[in-house]
Design a protein around this ligand. Structure first.
Ligand code: C2O
Ligand code: CU
Ligand code: CU
Length: 513
């Protein structure tokens, strides 16, 4: 333990020293009083992603300065992906240092934040600078994450390795006796491409490639192309997170075993759901329970992924990692260990949702996702100035609103009717809204979906609270939400990171009513 950390633990809140680092930290506590304090750094590094030469990456690194040292750890696998574990209600201070050769800023995806803490690109800091975050964890227990959000460089930086997981616990969740500790297993799924020397390959400059989105031929789980982990023979809680830039996965278990879905983006579902298959679009999270209690020691339970590009090309056949099984690639294997533990019964009811915003009082606004003059737009607009907001992008605090995301695939067509950028493209767009968890209240397809679209839709978990929703071509999805506590400028965008960077992102402004 560093001297400084020991000092902080011993001294508690009392600033007894004059001058020097620790005293300054303590003095700064007067207005905020952090329960947990960390430093987090974005810096170049290396990771063993493939056998042989290490891959040069960018990564988050950090250290707990105050509070429970288990607040920050790194996932198994390659070891470069941080996991931040926080308790609801905790007051957190994070000193974020940029040691990258370009500007960056951290966004806490899915959390409820005052505007200056949300990581809007207007707050990006230069190399060598520090941004200090102070916030109270004001979100339901669940699986969230953090990532860079600088102007037009998000796709690049995330691909370079900047991704962190953020798990929030609360009393409601902890009273359920869900599998915890070594039975609580986060799995971060990301596809990547490498050159012959194991180095990451990014997209070039062609606009068309950015429209299509990045597609990797290697699927990594926790930074490992051949992820496996030995687990006791009992029920395990998997936190599945699609951290890919653009690819959507359909996940199944080997042997057709069912999974019990217990949570989605915004935490626990009210009631568990049995599924054969789940869909995870970029940035979506799902928590499932899997049961290994009937396996023999040494047996394996494999997680299979079938992967789709935004243009609905099946990527599975082009992938070079993972055995092909039942139409999917094996991306992770849980190996049943010698130890057997009883599987505690799953409570019928997992959680109580906060009161839903009133449907009757909600005003509806349509957000049309379309291709216009070679741009991916939201109601015909791309991201403009840092503070640019249209009239229809103003929302009132504490008023229920419905946003209808309309992926009218044919919009923007008609100019020549040929192939290419002038015409509408059938594309998946996972839409994300900052600072809120919404409810999916309706999906409507313009025409009978083909079998791929049908099965992608069937695997979506719409019952929970969500911050990302997959909108299929020809589909309109209505989400109901209500903004609380914070006013200011936030973002909504497509979470295909190449689309976001191309400008398929807009500000919205929360104003006090
Ligand atoms: Cu994870 Cu603005 O997004
Ligand atoms: Cu976000
Ligand atoms: Cu998109």
């Amino acid at each position: 333990m560093s001297t400084r950390r020991r000092f902080l633990q011993i001294a508690g809140g009392a600033a007894i020293l004059a001058g020097g680092g620790p005293a300054r930290l303590l003095a700064a506590d007067a207005p905020f009083g952090a329960d947990v304090e960390l430093q987090l750094t974005a810096r170049p590094g290396e990771a063993g992603l493939l056998p042989g030469t290490p891959t040069r990456i960018w990564r988050y690194d950090g250290e707990v300065l105050r509070g429970d040292p288990r607040t920050l750890s790194f996932l198994d696998g390659s070891g470069h992906i941080p996991l931040l574990r926080l308790m609801r209600g905790q007051r957190v201070r994070i000193h974020f240092h940029n040691r990258l050769p370009e500007p960056t800023i951290v966004h806490w995806h899915g959390l409820h934040m005052p505007q200056p803490m949300d990581g809007h690109p207007m707050y990006a800091i230069e190399e060598g600078e520090t941004f200090t975050y102070e916030f109270e964890v004001d979100t339901r227990a669940g699986t969230y994450w953090f990532h860079p959000h600088p102007h037009q460089r998000t796709a690049y930086q995330v691909l370079q390795g900047l991704t962190g997981l953020l798990v929030v616990h609360d009393d409601e969740e902890q009273s359920l006796g869900l599998p915890a500790g070594d039975l609580d297993i986060p799995l971060v799924i990301q596809d990547r491409r490498f050159d012959g020397d194991n180095q990451l390959v990014h997209l070039g400059r062609r606009r068309m490639d950015w429209m299509m989105g990045y597609a990797g031929d290697h699927v990594l789980v926790n930074g490992d192309v051949d992820y496996q982990r030995q687990v006791p023979r009992t029920s395990c809680r998997l936190r599945l997170f699609n951290g890919s830039n653009a690819s959507t996965c359909q996940l199944r278990l080997s042997g057709g075993r069912p999974m019990t879905v217990i949570g989605s983006d915004g935490g626990l579902l009210e009631f568990p759901e049995q599924r054969q298959q789940v869909t995870l679009a970029p940035a979506e999270r799902i928590e499932v329970l899997v049961d290994l209690s009937r396996l023999q020691a040494g047996d394996e339970l494999a997680l299979l992924a079938e992967t789709w590009s935004p243009r609905l090309q099946r990527l599975t056949d082009r992938q070079v990692t993972g055995e092909l099984r039942d139409g999917g690639r094996v991306i992770a294997r849980l190996i049943a260990g010698d130890e057997q533990r009883p599987s505690p019964p799953l409570p019928d009811r997992l959680s109580v949702y906060p009161t839903a915003p009133s449907l009757e009082q909600a005003v509806t606004r349509r957000v049309t996702l379309s291709m216009m003059r070679g741009n991916l737009t939201l109601n015909g607009r791309v991201f403009g100035g840092m503070r640019d907001v249209a009239d229809e992008e103003r929302v009132a605090l504490d008023r229920p609103v419905i946003w209808e995301f309309a992926n009218d695939a044919r919009m923007g067509m008609g100019r020549g009717g040929g192939r290419g950028m002038g015409m509408g493209m059938r594309m998946l767009h996972p839409m994300h809204v900052h600072n809120v968890q919404f409810r999916v209240i309706g999906r409507q397809m313009a025409e009978e979906p083909d079998s791929v679209l049908e099965s992608l839709g069937r695997g979506s978990i719409d019952n929970g609270l969500k911050d990302v929703v997959l909108v299929r071509p020809g589909e309109r999805v209505r989400v109901l939400m209500q903004f609380a506590d914070h006013t200011g400028l936030y973002l909504y965008h497509c979470h295909i990171l190449e689309h976001e960077d191309l400008g398929m992102m807009r500000n919205f402004l929360i104003e006090s009513a």
